[in-house]
Design a protein around this ligand. Structure first.
Ligand code: ADQ
Length: 471
């Protein structure tokens, strides 16, 4: 049987104690169902490009070290200082350097070298995320003819933003070497099709076929989901654990929760400001709500991240300084990760989930919050319209995170929402979760990659009218 080669920047080697990330959650079902080889960076730096292989069941995990320059140029540099901000619509934060770009291509070549040594002709290759955009191109240069798919976990901005990235004209068209390029939402897929039309003159009605000859690149939408029922059961048990009991006993009134990596895309400073506006406008809730924000640090080597960590600390301190009394503090800001079990219990215990990224590919926290709820007495999800999840979650209280007064008003609305409305919204949200359960996500992608099934996004892309002047 064909093996699935999963290639991503980091590999969740079983029991290695990695920080939680979206990818591990998303690939769980695929790793269970198929024979997989998962290849990527070990997380270690060395000068010898050491590669190690671990096995669990029928799966293998191949991890390779990076050199110090690789880490600076590929990871900290081009991936996280250029692609991450630009793909999250933050041109103002991008810091481009040609040295970083060449380090990015060098590491893609290193991963390709590791891969070709192990690949058999009928293996399927599935590449993940923005760190590895040109991987198919460098594999094709090595004569690899296997089916290769790419999934972008983060948003893809419109061509008006993408074209401001130096060297976009070599990097983005390199996606044409994949057989299938998948996105989280139809909006992202349509942005890509518009880029192809504008920059390459590829008429969008044939956007599912890019390039001459035998290979055709197709575009699809595959919204990432979660293990809905399993998470719901986990939350039902976890809410009765000591940790959740202690948290609930230690607060007067109800719990509102936010869970994010510390990243500017997640909108934490604006969210705190919105909470501050809510507290200023609604004294009747003082002493009756505690906002718990769980945010482990990430990418702290990058200046913007450490600055943001300080700014968020300061705002949390200001809010508590302004409103606390001896019996109550309006917020708790916690800088450490919690286990999935602990998070699920806290989600379930919370009356409001606050998920307000400025821009997000999908946002699994929003999905986990909904899955964790008790359907008899569900909490309310306040969700940014700029999270990919908003395209499936019309029944959430959708907000514009750039408008702190509106987000503050949404908190007040959620706090006062009658049970009947909470139940109605929750049952719609839960049904949306089941429609895109993660158990089917990997299979949908792999089926489309393997068989060339008709893809959902093509309909959305067909409607796009290319700007005048493009053939
Ligand atoms: P991330 O940016 O990591 O993922 P997200 O989808 O919100 O973001 O979270 C991924 C996982 O990490 C969730 O399962 C969540 O529970 C866990 N997590 C987040 N914060 C945590 C915390 N404070 N403590 C413990 N666990 C935490 C990227 C994209 C997303 C996309 C995913 C999957 O940026 O848009 O949804 O990939 O494709």
């Amino acid at each position: 049987m064909a093996r699935i080669f999963i290639i991503s920047n980091r590999v969740a080697v079983p029991k290695a104690g990695l920080q939680p990330g979206g990818l591990e959650v998303a690939l769980k079902a695929t790793l269970k169902k198929h024979t997989c080889v998962w290849l990527g960076w070990s997380g270690e730096l060395s000068d010898t490009a050491r590669t190690q292989t671990f096995h669990k069941g029928r799966n293998a995990y191949v991890v390779t070290d990076l050199g110090g320059d690789d880490f600076e140029e590929y990871y900290n540099g081009f991936a996280n200082r250029v692609l991450w901000p630009i793909f999250h619509y933050r041109l103002d934060l991008a810091e481009f350097s040609r040295r970083d770009l060449s380090g990015y291509w060098r590491v893609n070549n290193q991963f390709a070298d590791e891969l070709v040594q192990r690949l058999k002709p009928d293996d399927i290759v599935w590449v993940h995320d923005y760190h590895l955009i040109p991987l198919a191109k460098v594999l094709r240069e090595r004569g690899v003819n296997n089916r290769i798919g790419f999934f972008l976990h983060i948003p893809l901005p419109p061509p008006e933003i993408l074209t401001a990235m130096p060297n976009h004209d070599t990097l983005i068209p390199a996606l044409g070497d994949y057989d299938l390029v998948g996105f989280q939402t139809d909006g992202d897929a349509a942005n890509f099709a518009r880029y192809l039309a504008r920059e390459l003159g590829t008429p969008t009605h044939i956007s599912h076929r890019l390039g001459d000859g035998e290979r055709a690149m197709r575009i699809g939408t595959f919204p990432v989901g979660i293990e809905t029922r399993e998470f719901n059961r986990l939350a039902g048990r976890a809410v009765r654990t000591q940790l959740v009991g202690q948290v609930m006993k230690s607060i007067p009134g109800v719990l509102m929760i936010g869970v994010d990596r510390l990243d500017y895309s997640k909108g934490i400073p604006a969210r705190l400001e919105a909470y501050e506006r809510f507290l200023a406008a609604h004294p009747e809730w003082h002493g009756k709500i505690t906002y718990l924000q769980i945010t482990p640090k990430s990418r702290s080597q990058i200046k913007e991240y450490s600055e943001m960590a300080e700014a968020v600390n300061a705002t949390a301190g200001r809010i508590n300084g302004a409103y606390s009394n001896a019996a109550w503090s309006p917020m708790r800001y916690v800088n450490r990760p919690y286990s999935r079990t602990a998070l699920s219990g806290l989600y379930r215990a919370a009356k409001v989930g606050l998920v307000t990224p400025m821009r997000d590919g999908m946002n699994l926290v929003a999905k986990e919050f909904v899955a964790a709820q008790d359907d008899e007495d569900p909490g309310v999800l306040i969700l940014s319209r700029f999270a990919g999840a908003a395209s499936e979650f019309g029944a959430a209280v959708l907000v514009n995170p750039y408008d702190p007064d509106a987000v503050g008003a949404a908190i007040a609305r959620a706090m006062a929402m009658p049970l009947e409305e909470r139940r109605r919204r929750h049952s719609e949200l839960f049904a949306a979760l089941l429609r895109n359960d993660i158990a089917d996500w990997g299979d949908n992608f792999l089926k489309a990659l393997g068989t060339g099934n008709k893809l959902r996004a093509i309909d959305a892309i067909k409607d796009f009218v290319p700007p005048a002047g493009i053939a």
